[in-house]
Design a binder for this molecule. Structure first.
Ligand code: BG6
Length: 488
């Protein structure tokens, strides 16, 4: 690594929840990568904040024993790791105790940038902000990063936003949705707005349907304490899937400035057709995994996972059909689907184009619709399904895919989402963070569905671990003569 200091600017990145899962699994490895690639200014310090009564050495030992395993082996280098650890310090404090913040003040720089990353339970956010302010740590140089989940419903999200706004201006607040930091998600904007060929067709009636799937093979793991109170709708749909939908559906922003982009995403969220009870019954499917096999290994069902309360009715799967009430998307269904313990880990967006108005090849030609398949993870690719002629006499049609492997289309390093977003916070770039009104608009659409499920006493449908979810999810598509991409 090049050890020439970038500059001497003092920057403190303070991580509340410094010994938590997110910190040692994602944030510290991401900051190490930034350090390795000389993206942290010379004066950058990282301060872990936690309840544990540790000394700095004990914290370093904790980080040293947990984080290296989560760093890409090829990027891990003991010397760079040691110089990274030299940036770390630790403050033991009870975040609910105002007087404890004096300890933090004593280690924070008084002049340079101060980033407070709140990787704690959201019910602590407002208290932490208030105590930071009364300790004199919030001024024009301070920024706060709020991890999801931001509330459990509209009222709690509003309450958090309102309280945090008492201490920080909106431009100092970075509401993180790590999907917005993914290279492939950011590339969606370039695909749409950097290629003239798509725009004229990116609308009704040329698009028949849009599918957005984020499936995971992992189960709830050790997170049942949080997850059982949330479920897939709050954990994934309210944020990640709706953000993907926004990028697919938004109008071209007038610039890439944060507010211009966020204005357009907000319009999409506000145009989502609200669901009434009949819509909820017809257009949503909840599921919960039962025992099965995940990637060839027998796994237990959700009810048997540790810390899941008996008879839990929390959904680990959601499929739904959404509509956007605007001219571009009139009558184009958007199918969203997410679940744990599904057959494959994949995040993909399928744009299915409309059938040809007339086919000269006749009705028996097995003509498939053109589909644009955007794979976000683990594969990072774009494929366009086309029909070609099968070699030989006659005019037999044959489907093929025109493909682009994004991972290998450039030699440049592809940073992980958290690294990119942390760098954005330091640079003051808000484009890939959610604005207050966006977050609230997402809740306004999601909350009636959650309430509707309660009112209907909707029980999640069982699906075997390792499957693609309950049969009702396929039926949701079949009703319109459509199917999920893997069933095509
Ligand atoms: C998190 C959810 O926001 O995203 C987790 O809380 C989920 O439940 C995770 O597993 C998925 O993120 P990724 O980047 O692995 O797709």
């Amino acid at each position: 690594m090049n050890t020439t200091p970038l500059d001497n600017s003092a920057q403190d990145i303070v991580i509340f929840g410094g010994a938590g899962d997110l910190a040692f699994r994602k944030l510290l490895p991401a900051l190490y990568m930034a350090h390795l690639h000389d993206k942290l200014a010379h004066g950058t310090r990282i301060v872990g904040v936690g309840r544990q009564p540790w000394s700095r050495e004990e914290y370093l030992r904790f980080v040293d024993s947990h984080s290296p395993a989560l760093i890409d082996k090829e990027a891990f280098n003991p010397n760079d790791w040691q110089s990274f650890l030299a940036r770390l310090s630790y403050v033991s404090l009870d975040v609910t105790q105002r007087d404890d913040y004096a300890k933090l003040k004593a280690v924070c720089n008084s002049k340079g940038l101060r980033v407070f990353y709140l990787a704690t339970a959201p019910n602590l956010f407002t208290q932490i902000c208030a105590h930071l302010a009364s300790a004199g740590l919030v001024d024009a140089q301070a920024r706060v990063v709020l991890e999801k989940p931001l509330g459990t419903d509209l009222a709690s999200a509003r309450a958090i936003n309102q309280e945090v706004a008492r201490y920080f201006n909106e431009h100092q607040i970075y509401r993180i949705d790590h999907y917005l930091g993914k290279e492939t998600v950011q590339n969606l904007m370039v695909l749409r707005f950097g290629n003239a060929i798509f725009e004229p067709m990116w609308r009704a009636p040329y698009i028949k349907s849009v599918q957005i799937t984020v499936s995971e093979t992992v189960g709830v793991g050790s997170r049942a304490g949080f997850y059982d109170g949330a479920g897939a709708m709050r954990d994934m749909v309210q944020n990640h899937l709706l953000q993907l939908l926004c990028i697919v559906a938004m109008e071209p922003p007038i610039s890439l400035n944060a507010d211009d982009v966020r204005d357009e995403k907000l319009k999409v969220l506000r145009s989502l057709r609200k669901m009434d009870l009949a819509d909820i019954k017809r257009d949503t499917v909840r599921g919960q995994y039962t025992a099965g096999a995940s990637e060839g290994v027998a796994v237990s069902g959700y009810q048997e996972e540790s810390n899941v309360p008996p008879h839990s009715t929390t959904e680990t799967f959601v499929a739904l059909r959404a509509h956007i009430n605007n001219a571009r998307w009139a009558n184009v269904p958007f199918f969203l689907r997410t679940g744990k313990r599904m057959q494959k880990r994949q995040s993909e967006i399928i744009i299915e184009f409309a059938d040809q108005p007339f086919s000269i090849f006749g009705t028996t030609a097995n003509q498939e619709p053109n589909r644009l398949i955007i794979s976000l993870q683990p594969e990072e690719s774009i494929q366009l399904g086309l029909m070609v002629k099968e070699p030989g006499s006659g005019m037999t049609l044959h489907p093929v895919k025109l493909g682009l492997d994004l991972q290998h289309s450039s030699n440049k390093r592809r940073a992980e989402a958290y690294e990119r977003l942390l760098m954005d916070v330091i640079k003051g770039r808000l484009t890939h963070f959610m604005r207050r009104d966006e977050l609230e608009a997402a809740w306004m659409w999601v909350e009636p569905i959650l309430d509707g499920w309660k009112a209907l006493d909707d029980k999640p449908r069982p699906y075997s671990a390792g499957s693609w979810g309950p049969a009702a999810s396929s039926a949701l598509m079949a009703r319109e003569n459509l199917c999920w991409f893997e069933e095509a």
